[in-house]
Design a protein around this ligand. Structure first.
Ligand code: NAD
Length: 341
């Protein structure tokens, strides 16, 4: 029987083309106008598939055991917190993601959000559209050090999580003559070797930064990494940017801090309970809010589809996929049982 890949979302045509060229059958299932399919319907289809290529679905152990011969889960996206990787590893199922192709696009969005929040661009746009001509002062981004007495010192960008996207933010900051501080306990050696970047512990970074930008994955450790205590440490003039994952920030605490004006503003692309927002967040004037747009350009979404399909096809054929997140699975007996090797 030919092996199949289950795609429970409206994958771009280019991904389907890669599947056709690989002579692999795709089981595509989604609602009208590309809406997510009914969970019961796609989970049932899992019995006919050898590899699952999910997009936003939460993949629990319960779903993984529907098909005892499942050969892999190819996540569409770099963040894979919705997949229970621990359970997948125990069951002998490889899991992959799509790193790299979305790095610059996501950093572009994070940088745009930083600028839009600092200069209050959406608010100004709304004024002009509604026939008003109101100009409120924003916050300087480009630092200019004019020596003693100069009020406009280089601004400090605090990057939390110095991986692919965090480093792409550092590259962008160079064009703005900013001073960069970063906190990432797993990248200390790399940070120490990087020119123009200062390693700081989390609390010192928060105390000194004019802009704080978050680029960690969502893990047990980063859940509410930025809570009330951390927000309290930030300067009253500072801006927080989050394009990582909503639960990295305690959204309720953020609303309360923003309401009191204890920080200057926040630019958020991600939320704790998307698409719901914490009470009061949408009413605030010092926020810019986006509907999880980070990697959302046509080109990048297409490249992600190609990468996800390549991973899926490799797993289907029992080969090592290019972007494995649980490589230890290849040594497990369960994995070899699934492959019959
Ligand atoms: P990456 O793995 O290259 O970088 C993540 C960095 O975070 C690593 O350097 C890691 O050491 C660091 N880190 C882990 N735990 C940490 C902690 N407790 N404190 C500080 N640093 C910690 O990943 P990436 O490609 O840069 O992507 C980062 C995240 O951005 C993804 O996991 C995803 O959740 C999110 N993302 C969001 C969008 C969007 O649409 N908004 C798009 C792409 C990625």
């Amino acid at each position: 029987m030919p092996r199949k890949i289950l795609v429970p979302w409206a994958m771009p045509e280019i991904g389907r083309e890669v599947l056709r060229r690989a002579k692999v059958e795709g089981l595509f299932i989604h609602g009208p106008k590309g809406a997510p399919p009914d969970p019961k319907e796609w989970i049932r289809k899992l019995l006919e598939a050898d590899v699952l290529l999910p997009r936003i679905q939460r993949i629990s152990r319960k779903i993984m055991i529907v098909n005892p011969n499942l050969r892999g889960i190819a996540n569409y996206g770099v963040g894979y917190e919705k997949i229970d990787v621990e359970a997948a590893t125990k069951l002998g199922i490889p899991v992959t993601n799509t790193p790299g192709v979305l790095t610059e696009t996501t950093a572009d969005l994070a940088w745009s959000l930083l600028m839009a929040t600092a200069r209050k661009i959406p608010q100004a746009h709304q004024f002009v559209q509604s026939g008003q001509w109101e100009r409120s002062a924003g916050k300087t981004i480009w630092g200019l050090d004019i020596g003693p007495g100069g009020s406009n010192k280089p601004k400090v960008l605090g990057i939390i999580g110095f991986g692919r996207i965090g480093q792409a933010m550092m590259r962008r900051s160079r064009g703005f003559k900013m001073k960069v501080m970063t906190y990432d306990p797993y990248k200390k050696a790399i940070i120490e070797k990087t020119r123009g970047v200062e390693y700081q512990d989390l609390h010192n970074l928060l105390k000194q930064s004019d802009f704080v930008t978050l680029h960690t994955p969502l893990t047990r450790e980063t859940h509410h990494l930025i809570g009330r205590e951390e927000l309290d440490l930030m300067k009253s003039t500072a801006i927080l940017i989050n394009t990582s994952r909503g639960p990295v920030v305690d959204e309720k605490a953020l609303v309360s801090i923003l309401k009191k004006g204890k920080i200057a503003g926040a630019g958020l692309d991600v939320f704790e309970k998307e698409p719901k927002l914490a009470p009061g967040l949408s009413k605030l004037e010092n926020v810019v809010l986006l509907p999880h747009l980070g990697s959302g350009t046509k080109d990048t979404r297409e490249q992600m589809a190609v990468v996800a399909v390549r991973n899926a096809v490799a797993m289907l054929r029992g080969k090592r996929p290019p972007n494995i997140v649980n490589p230890e699975v290849f040594d497990s007996r369960e994995y070899h049982r699934r492959l019959g090797t």
